[in-house]
Design a protein around this ligand. Sequence first.
Ligand SMILES: [Zn+2]
Length: 112
Amino acid sequence: MTEDFICEDCNEKYESIFALIEHKEIDIQIPVRITNEISMDLWNIFRAINEMVHDEDYEAIKMVTDAIGTTLYSAAQGTLDDIVDEMYIEDSLENLDEKLKELLDEQTDNDN
Ligand SMILES: [Zn+2]
């Protein structure tokens, strides 16, 4: 069962918290440090996955969650800093799916 997310200002309904927050033009970042050098933005990751669920793009969801799992595993093993720089996560996600690339570009441009 999904619930509606309603803007208290204009009473517009949105199908996800991510769509509502984008409508309200609130910039949210939840960087979670996974090594000394590298952070993942949890908000952006879940926003992207939510979008893929909406599009029923389960292949993309599988690729992204596999990539995140692999990244977290490397971080837990202490090998991630050796392999990558801070752009790694964004780059690897970008390569997986055009839609996610758009989302990451949106975050940088911030014009939506
Ligand atoms: Zn509104």
